[in-house]
Write a protein that binds this ligand. Structure first.
Ligand code: MD3
Ligand code: FE
Length: 209
């Protein structure tokens, strides 16, 4: 699907928007994320600059994205428990593969998922995801629970972001040039969602190692 929502200047080559793609699996995805969080609890990480992020995070799969005073990186063990991260649920791998195929990426096999939890007021400032090793693979993201406004920047931080509303069950596939664009999330507004209560979850399936 092409996105008429974006100004030409920011036309994101390689972005596919699959609204509602995960709606049938919403409840199962939330359940699987909660099982991951039972073994590797959500935590608010510190940025290298010393600020605590407002979104809480956990991971599953072969590695997890972590941030601390030393910087951003993928780590094979959870620094809180020193244990390997919980396994990537089969449901996650299957959904990511199906969404990627729909977007034209034939054989996407993620090796991990980052799970973000936004309570009302939490946000994510503009950034790029460039800690992964393999930029030929896309990133697949799934929104669950409370809605949010996704901020889609450009190739450089100064590009004024376009705003894309995302609802529960929406899936996006970021490949090609879009893979390295700046992006973020506006502060999540107060609300209640039948599946998640006062929270938004975002799953990103990645090939990190
Ligand atoms: C575009 N998460 O975890 S998902 C992140 O809603 C992140 O939690 C946001 O940005 C969230 O890094 C946005 C959409 C997303 C994820 C990864 C991307 C967009 C992306 C990587 C490259 C380009
Ligand atoms: Fe990101």
């Amino acid at each position: 699907m092409t996105l008429d929502l974006f100004p030409d200047r920011l036309a994101p080559p390689g972005l596919s928007y699959l609204p509602g793609f995960a709606l049938d699996e919403e409840a199962a995805l939330v359940r699987a994320a909660m099982e991951v969080a039972a073994a590797a609890p959500f935590r608010r990480m510190a940025t290298p600059g010393g600020q605590e992020m407002s979104a809480a995070m956990t991971n599953c799969g072969a590695a997890g994205w972590v941030s601390d005073a030393k910087g951003y990186r993928y780590a094979r063990r959870d620094p809180v428990s020193a244990l390997p991260w919980p396994a990537l649920p089969a449901l996650f791998r299957a959904l990511a593969g199906r969404a990627a195929r729909e977007a034209g990426f034939a054989d996407f096999v993620p090796d991990m998922a980052l799970i973000n939890r936004y309570e009302p007021g939490a946000r994510m400032s503009l950034h790029r995801d460039i800690d992964e090793r393999d930029f030929a693979s896309p990133i697949v993201s799934v929104s669950l629970g409370l809605p949010a406004v996704f901020l889609w920047g450009g190739r450089v931080r100064a590009d004024k972001p376009a705003r894309l509303p995302l609802g529960s069950g929406d899936v996006l596939v970021w490949g090609g040039a879009a893979r390295k664009y700046f992006h973020g999330v506006a502060p999540v507004r107060k609300g209640e969602h039948p599946l998640t209560g006062a929270a938004r979850f975002n799953l990103t399936f990645r090939r990190a190692l």
